[in-house]
Ligand binder design. Structure first.
Ligand SMILES: CC(C)(COP(=O)(O)OP(=O)(O)OC[C@H]1O[C@@H](n2cnc3c(N)ncnc32)[C@H](O)[C@@H]1OP(=O)(O)O)[C@@H](O)C(=O)NCCC(=O)NCCSC(=O)CC(=O)O
Length: 495
């Protein structure tokens, strides 16, 4: 692999001439002669005075603090002074309220220094945690190679974490593994692409695309509202309260759902727009995130940083295109949703939860993966969020998998959306021993959007003047506009 040094990466990523170093000269008092000689050789080889460079810069006009490893300096390893430089930069970023971008590449703790250096990983983590606790973004770009205590601390704490294609990323270096275990580490495991596949990292990003991705993430994570080109709710759209009344007035008429069974049938059509169409037609930008960061991923759930009409938010959405009887929504999807909830809360961004599921996974694997517990934990975490939250019943809303994303401060429903404790066929089985009475049971269970509105479960219904599949773009924009209204009204009256 070609390795871009710290300076080359900075030059390739930041706006020309914008980098300002924060680095102080290193005090090497007390180093022994052998270590000093190694440092001198490293300085000559790498052209840097330590294994990290720090400073501030602009990336496509967005100010950010940078911590960038130099692998050519003793393998990017972390000594006591290296750690002190990182901690100082992170703290300064926090003080100056700058988003932080780290680009590690490291063999981990510096072996020449041993344990005094090893324990500094705690201090670096403490500084990063404090930075995040201040509501500031932390992005990580893991480069080749990132290993050991670096991967096990500041490289793994990003709100968003992407990696260089083909980068070796692992806890134990292959050299050490082979020495300790007498055999090579299995191929294809400690590589960026595999970690993305396993839901540990968000994406692989070539170095040449880092500036673009970082700038988009900074715009979304910093809550930057676009000043121009902002689309507001369409002129003539009634205010939310008026829509509330309209929906009530039209109960049972076209636009707010008719018969329960006809709504259920409509939402089960393969061409019913889902969360992907919502984003395609109504979002300004979408930065998809991947997995739980803990080794699980489930594409039944779409997690993204996005923005509607210049309002950035975290979106957690059940994806109707990827759920099937063979691949239903499982516990990992709900753990991914909880990552989204934490992200929104930490960054002070609104959270939009899109509910659209024929039901969660009913398999042995889901039971053993703590599906019920994950539903409970979603409920528990959502009710504690203090950022604006909006749940959107977009189509099917079946069972606990749907309920898990319901407890927002405001809940809206599409005209034909529905929410029921079980798939109607399952409810019929409980009451009548078989699925034949699904339609009658659904009618009795008050599952329709208008019933949910009348019963106080939802706060507004977004009418479908024609069923959503006949006007996906208009449908998406109306849903997004209602989400924006609900976010704005919460901003006016905080939790
Ligand atoms: C990172 C690597 C995969 C890179 O392999 P490469 O073949 O590309 O490069 P390399 O091995 O020749 O390393 C390049 C130069 O960096 C030096 N180097 C690498 N890692 C170092 C470290 N941790 N401390 C001091 N120097 C280090 C090498 O000695 C070499 O020096 P020269 O050029 O002079 O020959 C490998 O170096 C490696 O496996 N390192 C150990 C990774 C690891 O297990 N770290 C855990 C450390 S304990 C820790 O971090 C705490 C924890 O685990 O919790």
């Amino acid at each position: 692999m070609t390795r871009l040094g710290a300076r080359a990466l900075i030059d390739a990523t930041v706006d020309p001439g914008s980098f300002r170093s924060w680095d102080e000269p290193i005090d090497r008092t007390g180093y022994d002669a052998g270590y000093l000689a190694a440092i001198e050789r490293a300085e000559t080889k790498a052209g840097t005075d330590e294994a990290v460079l720090t400073g501030r810069a602009l990336i496509r006009g967005h100010a950010a603090a940078l911590v960038v490893s130099e692998f050519g300096f003793l393998g990017g390893s972390i000594g006591v002074a290296t750690a002190a430089r990182i901690v100082a930069a992170v703290r300064r970023a926090t003080r100056e309220r700058l988003p932080l971008i780290a680009a590690p590449a490291s063999g981990g703790t510096r072996m020449q220094e041993g344990t005094p250096a090893f324990v500094r990983m705690v201090e670096i983590s403490r500084a990063v945690v404090a930075h995040k606790a201040a509501g500031l973004p932390y992005l990580v770009y893991l480069r080749h190679p990132t290993t050991g205590g670096v991967f096990a601390s500041w490289a793994s704490l990003g709100h968003v974490a992407v990696a260089e294609p083909g980068a070796l990323i692992g806890f134990l270096g292959p050299l050490v593994y082979r020495t300790l275990r007498g055999q090579p580490f299995p191929d294809g495991v400690q590589v960026a692409e595999n970690l993305v596949a396993k839901g540990i990292l968000d994406a692989v990003v070539p170095t040449g695309e880092l500036a673009e991705v970082a700038a988009r993430a900074l715009a979304l994570l910093s809550g930057t509202r676009r000043l121009s080109g902002t689309r507001r709710p369409a002129a003539g759209t009634p205010p939310r309260e008026a829509q509330f009344e309209t929906a009530q007035a039209e109960t049972g008429q076209a636009g707010t759902g008719g018969d329960a069974w006809s709504s259920i049938t409509l939402t089960r059509r393969p061409d019913r727009p889902g969360v992907r169409e919502l984003l395609r037609h109504a979002a300004d930008d979408v930065l998809p995130l991947n997995g739980t960061q803990s080794g699980e991923t489930d594409d039944a759930l779409l997690l993204a940083l996005t923005s509607f009409s210049g309002t950035p938010c975290v979106l957690v959405g059940q994806d109707r295109r990827t759920q099937s009887q063979h691949r239903p929504l499982g516990p990992a999807a709900l753990r991914g949703a909880r990552r989204g909830m934490r992200l929104a809360q930490e960054l002070g961004l609104p959270l939009i939860c899109v509910i659209d599921t024929p039901g969660a996974d009913l398999s042995a694997a889901a039971e053993e993966g703590a599906l019920a517990g994950e539903i409970a934990r979603c409920l528990a975490e959502m009710v504690e969020l203090t950022v604006p939250t909006v749940s959107v019943l977009l189509g099917e809303g079946s069972g606990g998998g749907a309920l898990a994303l319901l407890p927002s401060r405001r809940v809206i429903a599409a005209g034909n959306a529905w929410l029921s404790p079980l798939p109607p066929e399952g409810a019929s089985a409980i009451l009548h021993g078989g699925p034949e009475f699904a339609a009658q049971v659904a009618r009795r269970q008050r599952v329709r959007a208008v019933d949910l509105l009348a019963d106080g479960t939802v706060h507004a219904v977004v009418p479908e003047p024609v069923p959503a599949h006949r006007d996906p773009a208009g449908f998406a924009r109306r849903v997004a506009d209602e989400c924006l209204r609900q976010i704005e009204s919460q901003r006016r009256t905080p939790a």
